[in-house]
Design a protein around this ligand. Structure first.
Ligand code: NDP
Length: 283
């Protein structure tokens, strides 16, 4: 597979940025160049030299999706538009790589396997689940279901570092448990599935290691950053008390990694990647 046969969508997002770094010779577009909700533009695009679509485009504002406007946009970007890509993929014999989320589940089972039935709690989760269903109709598809993505962009680790540097000792929720997924790991997994020609389908992909709560992860961030800030623990209910328009979140986000491991892929420990990430952020 040649870089020039790859088309990255949502190229300016956290994952899109990391994909572009891995495949510098690829075609790429973000919403300004190709808005995936614009069916006519998607269909009119010259797909003849594309063998792989890496769809990193998404509406990822989980709370924003709860508003009447956000609900419409979330469904359009996360559910309807992957349908346009699926049609293009089938018509042009393209492999479609798409990204799913632990938010398609209610967070009761632990860990979540690829075979668990959808049970989304939020508009965002519902729209992503619908996107998974439509992408699954393409014979050549990989859906990577991931959680708690950390890369170049606004994310939890950056927020914690920023708060700490401003002298804040944050209150962080202690009842949502999962593992971070660094975009480097996600990109490695995508590359592995494509280059090993693994069986098409859905694969859970996060970093490996011990699942922890957001408050425990915040402490890990401060530990690697050698900051003495403290973290107070609050429940999700306490954290959002009095706020409106907040999406319900799954409490258990850990993904079962057995299926991707069985293809020969070994996800790194999230603490190892966190240490590297924090070091780079502070450099
Ligand atoms: P980002 O929000 O960082 O990136 C998404 C990108 O898609 C942005 O550049 C965005 O542009 C672009 N985009 C939005 N609408 C359109 C459109 N209509 N046409 C083209 N591009 C568009 O997301 P991440 O990189 O963090 O997420 C990548 C994938 O991983 C998504 O599928 C997401 O659902 C999934 N995921 C993310 C998690 C996380 O913690 N972030 C957790 C689990 C799964 P703009 O910014 O201008 O809107």
């Amino acid at each position: 597979m040649n870089d020039s046969e790859i088309f990255i969508l949502g190229a300016k997002g956290q994952l899109g940025t990391a994909l572009l770094q891995r495949y510098p010779g690829s075609k790429n577009a973000d919403i300004g160049e190709l808005d995936i909700t614009d069916q006519k533009s998607v269909e009119a695009f010259d797909w003849s030299s594309v063998k792989v679509i890496l769809n990193a485009a998404a509406y990822t504002n989980v709370d924003g999706a709860e508003s009447s406007e956000g609900r419409r946009t979330a469904w359009l970007v996360n559910a309807v538009s992957p349908g346009y890509l699926q049609q293009v993929a089938v018509k042009n014999d393209i492999t479609l790589v798409h990204i799913s989320t632990d938010y398609v589940f209610d967070g009761v089972k632990n860990p979540h396997s690829e075979y668990e039935a959808f049970s989304p709690l939020s508009v965002y989760g519902s729209s992503k689940a619908a996107g998974d269903i439509v992408v699954g109709l393409a014979p050549k598809h990989y859906i990577l279901r991931t959680s708690w993505v950390i890369g170049e962009g606004k994310n939890f680790v950056r927020t914690m570092l920023e708060l700490a540097q401003n002298g804040v000792n944050p209150s962080v929720v202690n009842d949502q448990v999962g593992r971070l997924t660094f975009t480097s790991t996600l990109v490695d997994a995508i590359h592995h599935l494509l280059s090993s020609k693994s069986q098409y389908g859905t694969y859970n992909v996060s970093n490996d290691g011990e699942p922890m709560s957001w408050s425990e992860i915040a402490r890990e961030v401060f530990k690697y950053a050698q900051l003495s800030n403290t973290v107070s623990e609050v429940t999700t209910e306490q954290y959002y008390a009095g706020k409106t328009g907040i999406a319900a979140r799954p409490l258990q986000s850990s993904l079962d990694l057995a299926k991707i491991k069985a293809t020969g892929f070994t996800p790194r420990n999230w603490q190892e990647d966190l240490a590297t990430y924090v070091k780079k952020e502070l450099a």
